[in-house]
Design a protein around this ligand. Sequence first.
Ligand SMILES: *[C@@H]1O[C@H](CO)[C@@H](O)[C@H](O)[C@H]1NC(C)=O
Ligand SMILES: *[C@@H]1O[C@H](CO)[C@@H](O)[C@H](O)[C@H]1NC(C)=O
Ligand SMILES: *[C@@H]1O[C@H](CO)[C@@H](O)[C@H](O)[C@H]1NC(C)=O
Ligand SMILES: *[C@@H]1O[C@H](CO)[C@@H](O)[C@H](O)[C@H]1NC(C)=O
Ligand SMILES: *[C@@H]1O[C@H](CO)[C@@H](O)[C@H](O)[C@H]1NC(C)=O
Length: 680
Amino acid sequence: MRRQVMLFFSMLFVSPVFGQVSYSIPEEMSKGSLIGSIAQDLGLDLKRLKTGKSRLHVGNGAEYIELNKEKGLLLVKERIDREALCKQTTPCALHFQIILENPIEFFRITVEITDINDNAPIFKMSNMLFEISESAVRGSKFILEKALDYDVGMNGLKSYSLNPTDHFVLLLNDNAAGEKEVEMVLEKPLDREEIQHLTLTLTAVDGGEPQLSGTVQIHVTVLDANDNAPLFTQSTYKASLMENSEKGTSLMTVTAKDRDQGTNGIVTYSISSNNERIFDVFEINATNGELRLIGKIDYEISKLYQLDVKARDQGGLTHSCKILLDIIDVNDNIPIIDLMSKIHSIPEDSTFQTVVAVMNVDDADSDMNGEVKCFLSDSFTFVIENTSNGFYSIRTNSELDREVTSQYNITVTCSDEGVPSLSSSVTLTLQISDVNDNAPVFERSSYEAYIVENNTPGLSIFTVKATDADWNQNARVSYILEDSSVNGVPVSSYVSVSADSGVIHAVRSFDYEQIKDFHFRVKAQDGGSPPLSSNVTVKVMIQDQNDNPPQVLYPVQTGGSLVAEMVPRSADVGYLVTKVVAVDVDSGQNAWLSYKLQKATDRALFEVGLQNGEIRTIRGVTDKDAVKQRLTVIVEDNGQPSRSATVIVNVAVADSFPEVLSEFTDYTQDKEYNDNLTFY
Ligand SMILES: *[C@@H]1O[C@H](CO)[C@@H](O)[C@H](O)[C@H]1NC(C)=O
Ligand SMILES: *[C@@H]1O[C@H](CO)[C@@H](O)[C@H](O)[C@H]1NC(C)=O
Ligand SMILES: *[C@@H]1O[C@H](CO)[C@@H](O)[C@H](O)[C@H]1NC(C)=O
Ligand SMILES: *[C@@H]1O[C@H](CO)[C@@H](O)[C@H](O)[C@H]1NC(C)=O
Ligand SMILES: *[C@@H]1O[C@H](CO)[C@@H](O)[C@H](O)[C@H]1NC(C)=O
């Protein structure tokens, strides 16, 4: 540093006037540095300084300055710090006097202390802290702490600079006191979500040469403002949901992010809808955005749900998203069968393809779950056809026969194509009404009946029976005797038929010996309209009764005459005397005759052939044998009881007729022998 000595002669007075000298030195000169040659400047002799006992009279700076009497110089006694001496006052000067005696003189000395740049600007605090809301607007001002520079003038504080200057710029003002106020002005708004802390360096510089500077760190904490709305991660969320899902099912979670901090970043979720029903079905967890099912989902009511979900932060900023829920159909509806029209009964002769029922089938499910197929329990007799969408008709598909099946329980089952399939069924009962399509049928193709002769008239002989497969009146059978004649007599004089019961009665008493059998036809006719009938042949056989005794044809029993068979005395054993011939008009056993010898004059002489009625000798005839031999032969039939006839055979054992005659005169008087020659 170049030492500058400035010497002023303001006025130079001769005695006792004192003079005045001014010097100017920079501060901080080292001890002993020369301030000025006072003797010379005051024009004083060095001796005078000595003799005059020159001394410095303390002013405000005596301790800094020393007077060298020998050389007449003012020297720096102590380091002079301008800032300590004068603070910021300028100019800064030391004022003192040099006093001499003999004579007394005094001189005023002024030493101006000039500033050197020995102080850098300083900040009192090591750093500055600011908390600035990110919502602070451009132009917002923040007063910064000033720097201090103890130097003055050019060496004093000159300016500030800030680094970096992305967000803030400095504004310098001179205040009323002439000091530089420094402010930081927000130039570009802050965004906490981008930068949460800024560190700036404020530099203060002075105007000295060389320039000195001081810095301080400015720490800016950006405070959150609710400047970010929540933002959903998707604008639309999609999900699908089976209908009938359990209540409480978690469907999805929506998320909205809020970049703000603290309460400004806390998001709550809510469903917003103007459809009140939505709130009965869905619930969102306000805290975590989880959507849950709380109601019943029915695809048949709604196939799609659209929900608006709102996210809201504590500062009231909102965002919304849509949730689209596709409902998946579940096969939960059975086909509904609606029998629109049905016929209770159809005649058995109905034409093929007669419609018996019309129905509508509806399944509320969709797609395959709603596709319905119908079939019948009896797909042979009936068919089901879909006439148009959902409409079906049931028709006959084969001939009907009430006599085979009089009633059909037609079960219609409709099943959908869902997995598992659901089905429902209805049963309709169809009565088949009767048509007179069956004639009565006799139990047999022909009948044979037997009746024992000599019956009482009116006797029931027999019953014919015909059945008719039809129903009711069509099956009510009446029996009618068909006209015909038997031996030229109308059959009705032989038999009658009971119309209701088919019982055949004999009208008269039959005589087997006159008529052995006859036949006639009985017609069975039903009550249909027109009636149907059939006929059957009935053959009646009259059975023989043993009502006729045998009749002896030979020997002829005449009233008074007498016939006798001749047996010569020479006849051998086994000689055929005669043969009794008898007939029986009955038949069979009743006409099977046998012959026995009932009485004989001499039983030892004759026998009768049991079967043939031949009378033969059984021994030789002797002379002792009577001429007149009388045999009683009984002829019996085999009936039960049997009937018989007796015949008397007169045998004459003689060789000549006259011999015979005398013997037979009294025959007619025999009481036992009457004309009939029969007895029971
Ligand atoms: C919402 O979710 C939170 C966190 O998962 C849970 O603690 C809370 O109980 C849920 N609230 C309801 C009503 O379920
Ligand atoms: C009847 O059903 C069949 C098979 O399901 C279908 O092909 C046809 O188109 C239907 N007819 C009518 C008239 O609906
Ligand atoms: C039809 O159903 C009725 C009543 O259920 C029953 O009495 C009748 O026996 C059934 N008929 C046939 C042919 O199955
Ligand atoms: C009796 O029935 C036969 C067939 O069984 C028929 O040919 C005949 O004409 C019927 N006779 C009368 C009189 O109805
Ligand atoms: C002969 O029989 C008939 C009836 O069978 C009877 O009326 C008649 O009196 C009988 N004659 C004699 C002589 O027995």
